[in-house]
Each structure stands twice: as C-alpha cells, then as structure tokens.
Design a binder for this molecule. Structure first.
Ligand SMILES: [Zn+2]
Length: 690
C-alpha cells in the first residue's frame, strides 16, 4: 500500500490481497465467518472508509465493482437522484464481503411479451446495483422468435410476429447489433448474458417460419395462446440438426457466455410417437423410447456446443432420459430435479416455482417467501451442496407486458439478491424488510416502479346464518383500502367507499377492492364474488382430497359462499386431477330445496375440462340416497378459452337434510389435444343450495 495517497483519497484497487493483510482485517470475526471470507472467490472485496479516505480493494475486478455498489448503497438516496450536496459526513467502517453463490440471475422472457433494448439495459443496471451477475435472456418461444439469425431470415420475418386474437400484429426482435450492445453493456457491469434457445419444444415460432422442422411439415401459425404445444422439432430428420447447429453457431458468435441455455422443458412426445423418421431414429440408435430420443437430441446439441467451447444449461426435464456429463441443470419443478442432479455430480441453478417465479402473483409468492428460500436442499451433503451454483428468479411474461414487469420483479428481486449473496446465518427478514423500505426511492431513481412486497389487503369471509361478514384488512401500515359493491355478474360498482368495518353481504355480490400507498397502487385485481346460500358454512365431506395446489381455500371451500373468477388460480377453485369429484353436505335440518348448482372451470390448454355429467342426490339420513337429477355437459370439449359453466337443477321442490354431488371426470386429455392421454383436471368452486 506504499502508493496510497496520504489523505482525501478514493482508491479502487484490484490486486492480490496478501493473506497476512486479509487475516489481520478478519481477526475480530468468528472462526466460521473467517474461513468463508478467506475462500477464494471473484466477488470478494474490502471496503474501508477511514477519516483520510476511501479504499475499495479486491483481488478481481468484480470484487472492486461490488465494493463500489456497496458504497453506492451506503450513500444517501440523494446520490442516486444526483442531488447530493457536499460536503457529506460518512461513518468510518471496514466491510469485508463476498457472495455465497457464484450464479445470481434473473430470467427475462422477452418472447411472450417483447421488451425494448432500453428496458433490458435498465434491468442490467438494477442487477448490477444488487450484485447479481447473470441475465438469462429467453429469446425463442412458441409465441415469438426474438433473435436475428442471418442464415434463416424467416425466423424474424415470420417467427417474430404473431397475430393476436383481435387481429392485431404483435412482436419484435433484436438485431445482432442490438444484442452485441446489450452483451457489452452487461459485461461492463460484470453480468453474463446467457441466451436461451429452446429445444426441442416451445418451437412453434421457428416451425411457423420453417415448417420442415416439424415431424408433419405442416404449416402452422406463430402461437397466440399460452400453453404447451405438440408441434416440436423433429428428432428424426437431419435437417433439424443442421438448422440448429447453424443457428447455434451464430448464437455462440454473439454471446461470450460459457453457457448456452437450450431449454428442454415441456416437450410433448406425441408427434415423435407418430413420426416415421423419429421412430426410425429410435431403432437405429437403439433407444428405449421417446424420452431417450430427447436425451439423444440434447446430447447431440450439447456435443456440438462443446465443440464451440460452450456448456449447456437445461430445465430439469432434460434429466428424464439421462444427460450429458457436464450439463448444468436449472431446477424449476420444485427442488427435486436439482437435488437429484447435484447428487449425481451436475452443477445446478435453483429456480423452483415455489420461490422464484415472479410471474406468479404476490398471493402465491410474496417477498418474505422469496427471502426464506434456501437454494441448498437439506438432504445434500456438504460436498454435494457445492454443485448448487446459485439461483435465478424467473420473469415469465405470458401475463406481463413490459409496463407491468417492474412491479412484479421489484421488490421481490431484492430478496433473491440477498439470498444468493448472503450466508443464511446472517439473514434476518425483519432487518431486510426495514432496509427495503428505503430502497423504494433508490429503485425509482433507477427508473423502476416497484410494486408491493406482499398482498396489501387480506380478505376473510365469515359465514353467519345466511349472510357473510367480509373483512378487508390492510396487511401493513400506510395502506389505504377502498371498495365497491355490485350485483354478481356485472361490472365493479361505481360507488367507491372507504373501508372501515366488516362488509355484510346477503345476496350474490361482486366485491372489488383497491389498495394504495403513497404513489403506489396494487395492480393485481382484488375482486371476490360471493353468493350466500343454504349450505353455506355447513359441514362438508369430500370423497377425494383436493390437490394441494388448488384447495379453493380449504376442505370447506365448496360451501364457503365464495365463488371463483375466470382465473382458475384465484384461490377460490378447488380441483382434483384424474379423478371424479364427490361431496356430501349436511344442512343440519331438513330443508326445502328449489335449486342445486355447481360451477365448473374449462381451460383445455391447462388440461382443465368440464365434467361429463353431474348427478345430485338427496337424503334424510345421509345413508339412503335418492337421485334428484343428472345434468349432462353439452359444451364442446374443443371450445377455446378460459371460462366456467354452471350445471344446475331447477324447480326441485324437495325437502332433505343431506345433499350429494357426484361429478364425472372428463377422462384423459383427448387425442386432438396437445397432451393426449394425460389425466385431466376437474375444477369446482361451490356447491350451491338455494
Ligand atoms: Zn419426427
């Protein structure tokens, strides 16, 4: 440190830190922390604020960069707003810091909805500010191909554009110059851009441009719906591999990243089962089945990329038929895929839907849940846990056009940034939450409009006789709640009321709530539909336990008075997969019954079908049942879209104490479907007795 100025200095220095020097500065730390701090790691830095000056010292440039980010965060918010007035008083301090995980990423899906180059750069700035180092750029999809490839111009001329249902054209793509610009911008900020080129599935846009890539060679449109589609790259035709190798050659030239993400998820095998060429390949290569054909596919691509000096990352589905030795696995269907991969010696990036899917609303994953994420499964040994290289938060954009992305990613990404940087024993949610409050202004200075950290209002509906008392509680201080009421089946009411006391509901009602705080408003819809009825709050028995993902709010969900919306994930729908649904309700006393109704969800793309039929039974003792009537479902199973359908019996004029409903599952997904033979779902929101 001889070259150090005597005072008034800011020195940024990347040089080998001598071990004595490091030991000295760490001598007050507990043993365990000292050991970790000494582990060589490119992110490590030392920030020393002394009365004479400021020194950021690290072995690698990354470390110096992170030291500067920490220093930025220590300055008042005014510094980010470029309004800082000098002189400024700083506390003296010594920070010795380094990242827990080397892979700290964010996935941006720029396919379902396109994001401008400026927007992507804004995210690179935010990633850098929070010491993240990977931008996982999702560039090809069923709904759009977003990367210019010289040899295949139709990929962007045709594949980058889809015709929306309303007839409008939607799309966009990045030119090679734009991609080079983004990659360079990221590199200056020590961020690696990993491109994702999906194969063999999620390839409708490529097939729309070049139909010869599919098994059938039939021309298809760039998809304008969300889901999983059965036309995928043909694994039997050499043309497919020639195409992908040519595409990947151009991709490798653009991206210096040592990894290329090849997707590998959600590839239905239906076309391969029917395709002569694919079947011939299975025979020739002595493969067992279509799962092994996928392995063959991935291995061939991995070998090609290896010849270009690249390693592959793939979603955990690529584990299914065995994987190339040095492939990295990105675990999304829970932690199990990653756990299995780590145990067999593969590097892993964790991004399970439970904690890392920022396209999900706050009602399923709020900031605290993200913060409580531990990327290392408990079952791994210390040695195995070294294969967990880090994690990513995934911003899929089926339901998120660019202008809504900020409020979904922030502030939740701050929680993931801390999970991936900080050792678990130094994490404390309350302290973190307090620090985040101050970061809202910092985010705005980065031109980001953050959303709420959790659902700002909790709703509780308590049945009491034939009415519901609905409470709307602000989830934290400073939230202002207003609401309106309207008859069910209409639009939200015009009269906006301030919420003070529980709302009494005694007829079919749509309750809409709004939450605001400072300049922020909550953009996820808060709407609830209620219908008080005779069975509400009564004792209910189910023959089949509902799926833990879709309980509808509990075992009594079918008689809670709350109805579902046209979003099957709204928490009001209860579901079973591959089974019938059967429920018995005890009305307590013999009751006059005029109408019985159940409501069913339909969304073929998500494997949700209406029941074949619903039969209602009544009984006085709960043992001897009499049919009250059966309702067959006459809706075309191919009907598009997401909607629900009531199946009801009217003008019954019966008296009974017990009511039973038996709904017959539609059966496996039909042959025309994108997932033929898969068990379908039954979704019901309420068993209404009028
Ligand atoms: Zn084929």
């Amino acid at each position: 440190m001889n070259e150090m100025p005597q005072e008034n200095f800011i020195v940024l220095s990347a040089s080998k830190m001598s071990s004595e020097q490091t030991e000295e500065s760490l001598k007050n730390l507990p043993d365990s922390l000292r050991k970790r701090a000494l582990q060589a790691d490119r992110s490590r830095y030392r920030l020393n604020v002394t009365p004479k000056g400021i020194l950021v010292n690290a072995e690698f440039d990354e470390g110096v960069f992170y030291g500067v980010q920490t220093f930025r965060q220590l300055l008042p918010v005014l510094a980010e707003q470029q309004k800082l007035k000098l002189p400024l008083q700083l506390s003296t301090m010594l920070i010795q810091d380094g990242a827990k995980f080397p892979h700290r990423g964010l996935l941006l899906d720029c396919c379902r909805h396109f994001m401008s180059v400026d927007f992507v750069k804004k995210y690179i700035d935010a990633l850098a500010y929070y010491k993240m180092n990977v931008l996982h750029w999702h560039l090809t999809e069923d709904q759009g191909w977003r990367i210019q490839i010289d040899q295949y111009p139709l990929l962007t001329e045709v594949g980058a554009w889809r015709k929306e249902k309303d007839g409008t054209k939607y799309g966009g793509f990045y030119t090679k110059d734009q991609i080079r610009e983004v990659v360079a911008y990221a590199a200056e900020r020590h961020i690696t851009v990993i491109p994702e080129i999906e194969l063999p599935g999620h390839s409708s846009a490529a097939i729309a441009a070049y139909p010869a890539l599919s098994c059938t060679h039939q021309s298809i449109e760039v998809e304008n719906e969300w889901g999983v589609f059965k036309d995928i790259y043909c694994a039997g035709d050499e043309y497919t591999f020639e195409f992908l190798e040519n595409v990947l050659t151009e991709v490798c030239e653009l991206f210096p990243s040592p990894y290329i993400h090849i997707g590998g998820d959600e590839a239905p095998k239906f076309r391969w089962e029917q395709c002569e060429k694919c079947q011939r390949r299975i025979k020739q290569e002595k493969l067992k089945d279509e799962a092994e054909l996928q392995t063959y596919f991935i291995e061939r691509i991995a070998a090609f990329l290896e010849s270009k000096g690249k390693r592959i990352i793939g979603w955990d589905e690529i584990l299914e038929g065995g994987i190339p030795a040095d492939a990295m696995i990105q675990s999304w269907r829970g932690m199990e895929g990653g756990e299995h991969a780590a145990k067999s010696g593969h590097d892993v990036v964790m991004s399970p839907t439970s904690h890392c899917y920022f396209d999900y609303g706050l009602s399923s994953t709020d900031m605290e849940e993200v913060y409580n994420f531990n990327p290392i499964p408990a079952s791994l040994s210390v040695a195995e846990s070294k294969y967990i290289r880090g994690g990513e938060c995934n911003m899929w954009t089926e339901h998120a056009p660019q202008e809504t992305v900020d409020s979904k990613v922030f502030p939740r990404m701050l929680a993931l940034a801390e999970v991936l940087w900080t050792y678990p024993d130094q994490r404390n949610y309350a302290a973190f939450n307090k620090r985040v409050e101050e970061h809202y202004e910092r985010l705005r200075a980065l031109n980001i409009q953050p959303g709420f950290p959790k659902v700002p209002v909790s709703m509780r509906a308590i049945p009491s006789e034939n009415t519901l008392n609905v409470e709307l509680k602000p989830a934290f201080q400073g939230v202002h709640v207003t609401y309106s009421l309207a008859p069910s089946g209409t639009r939200p009411g015009d009269k906006i009321l301030n919420y003070t006391n529980a709302i009494v509901i005694n007829r079919p009602t749509l309750l809409s709530a709004q939450a605001t705080m400072n300049e922020m408003s909550y953009t996820e819809p808060m709407q609830w539909w209620f219908e008080p009825h005779l069975a509400m709050g009564d004792s209910l028995k189910l023959a089949n336990e509902p799926s833990p993902w879709y309980t509808g709010g509990g075992l009594n969900a079918l008689v809670d008075g709350r109805l579902g919306s046209t979003n099957f994930r709204d928490g009001a729908w209860q579901a079973v997969q591959g089974k019938d649904m059967e429920a018995v309700v005890d009305l307590g006393v013999s009751t006059e019954i005029q109408e019985l109704e159940t409501r069913w969800f339909m969304y073929g793309n998500a494997w949700i079908f209406l029941p074949k039929s619903v039969e209602y039974f009544i009984s006085d003792d709960g043992k001897n049942w009499k049919s009250a009537g059966r309702v067959d479902c006459n809706i075309d199973e191919k009907k598009d879209g997401e909607f629900f359908e009531p199946l009801s019996l009217k003008r019954l004029n019966k008296k009974a104490r017990y009511v039973k409903m038996v709904a017959q599952n539609h059966g496996p997904c039909p042959t025309w479907h994108d997932a033929p033979g898969e068990p379908s779902w039954l979704f019901c929101d309420e068993l209404i007795v009028r």
